[in-house]
Design a binder for this molecule. Structure first.
Ligand code: HEM
Length: 455
């Protein structure tokens, strides 16, 4: 069939739009990934410790603790070619609590490149690091939005979810037994660690259970968005996942508005500030998206990392199983030793001092959360995994300051229930060969963890 002249005329603007979008995506990739990664390689070859740490972290699952130690030994605030960096717990907290910094790292900067970056950003999908995400805004907007969300995500709300989480864990463990048949090896990440937080967060946000696999797939597709140095195909795949997630969120928020339930998203729709203001549509959708993604892309890793560490340290596992009061501290030690989030970054807004060093506006600061968790001035024998250590909870795996993880108490509860229920039921659980870590670098955890459940 041949096209009519009108169809041809209509197709031209669409083709131009597509071409512009493709050029913008390519530019975003170049400025955000290809160029910084090339600079990183050169810096690493020149001996820059920060670049070396990032290159080493690039090997799936590796945690460059020795380089973190070197960075810490170099001073409170190490000046790398890319940014200031710190692996000292007190300085990490100082940076994250400072009113002179804003969340996020601007990889492009000002000038011509900055303008090119702004142009390219115009067609970017809304992600967890773009406004109005809580992770990308600052006071007063951040204070208002966070206050509203915290009203719904209260400690009381989390306590009420504990019993339901236990039921979900027990049902998943029954399924695990069934899947293992007569002692077959099963992937505990796929069947347990990933399913538990997704099901909990879906219930919290009123997502029907049959859509939870879809949500999980969006999350997995979008998880590399936090990393630097993505290849073009991965970058475009992340973009596609974020767009699909965004379209799905539109439909979901609309559904919750139409038929509110007793879930927390329905409460968020109805939440009002003291002066009567509610969340805007974009804020609501973005917050729901952030809570969904942050809610399971990290907690799955906490549970998986915990299972692997306890299997490597059977004496500590036995001590925890013998004393059910110990599980809360087990979770803290897992978070400290093998944190699900490697690092975070800040951009300095105005000239300031950090740890006594003058730092100019526009500078970048990388806070190595995983490095601060091994700071020997806070943690005795920091490279030892010890579930009884009294200071385990001092870690910064949930960040610090005003962006401190909003879901920390939920994640702690889920981690405790998941690890305790699993280990109390399968005392002889053993990890079998074939474990693989995820390829994401900022988000750290297992992709596959084959286990034999034992008796
Ligand atoms: C083990 C699990 C988790 C870890 C390790 C974790 C880690 C983090 C970290 C490091 C930040 C701050 C990043 C920064 O300062 O730049 C953060 C923020 C956040 N997390 Fe979590 N998280 C976890 C689970 C959750 C859960 C279950 C939820 C769901 C409610 C959640 C929701 C959020 C939100 C909404 C923020 C943004 C807070 C703000 O900017 O004010 N997280 N999380």
């Amino acid at each position: 069939m041949t096209s009519t002249p009108t169809q041809v005329q209509q197709a031209r603007p669409q083709a131009r739009l597509d071409a512009r979008r493709a050029a913008q995506s390519g530019t975003r990739w170049g400025l955000g990934h290809a160029v910084p990664w090339a600079a990183l390689r050169v810096s690493a070859r020149g001996g820059d410790l920060h670049a070396r740490a990032l290159m080493e972290a690039n090997r799936a699952g590796a945690m460059p603790v020795e380089v973190f130690d070197e960075i810490r030994a170099a001073g409170q605030l190490y000046r790398s070619r890319l940014s200031y960096v710190t692996a000292h717990l007190d300085t990490v907290k100082e940076v994250l609590g400072s009113p002179d910094v804003r969340a996020g790292i601007d990889r492009v900067g000002g000038g011509v490149l900055g303008r090119l970056g702004e142009w390219a950003q115009a067609s970017a999908p809304i992600g967890p690091l773009q406004p109005p995400s809580l992770l990308a805004i600052e006071p007063p907007d951040h204070t208002r939005l966070r206050r509203l969300v915290t009203r719904v995500f209260s400690a009381k709300a989390v306590r009420q979810l504990e019993e339901r989480t236990e039921q979900i864990a027990d049902r998943l463990l029954d399924d695990l037994v069934e899947a293992s048949g007569r002692g077959e090896v099963v992937d505990v990440v796929e069947l347990y660690c990933a399913r538990l937080p997704v099901q909990v967060i879906c219930e919290i946000l009123g997502v029907p259970l049959e859509e939870s696999d879809l949500v999980r797939a969006f999350g997995a597709g979008a998880a590399p968005s936090l990393d630097m140095g993505l290849g073009l195909p991965t970058f475009l795949g992340v973009d596609r996942s974020l767009r699909r997630f965004d379209e799905w969120l539109d439909r979901h928020v609309e559904r919750v508005r139409r038929e509110p339930g007793d879930d927390l998203l329905s409460q968020l729709v109805a939440a009002r500030d003291d002066d009567g203001t509610a969340l805007t549509d974009v804020e609501l959708k973005n917050t729901a998206g952030l809570v969904l993604a942050a809610g399971f892309e990290t907690t799955v890793n906490l549970i998986g990392n915990g299972i692997a560490l306890l299997a490597e340290h059977p004496d500590q596992r036995a001590a925890a199983v013998a004393d059910d009061q110990m599980w809360a501290n087990v979770v803290e030690e897992v978070l400290r030793y093998d944190p699900p989030v490697l690092l975070t970054g800040r951009t300095v807004e105005r000239d300031t001092t950090i740890a006594g060093t003058p730092v100019r506006a526009g500078s970048l600061v990388t806070t190595l959360l995983a490095g601060a968790n091994r700071d020997p001035s806070v943690f005795t024998d920091p490279h030892a995994f010890d579930v009884t250590r009294p200071e385990a909870k001092e870690h910064v795996s949930f960040s610090s300051g005003r962006h401190y993880c909003l879901g920390a108490s939920l994640a702690r509860m889920e981690g405790r229930v998941a690890l305790q229920r699993l280990h109390e039921r399968f005392l002889d659980l053993q990890v079998r060969p074939g474990a693989r870590r995820r390829s994401t670098r900022i988000l750290r955890g297992y992709l596959t963890l084959p286990v034999a459940l034992g008796a």
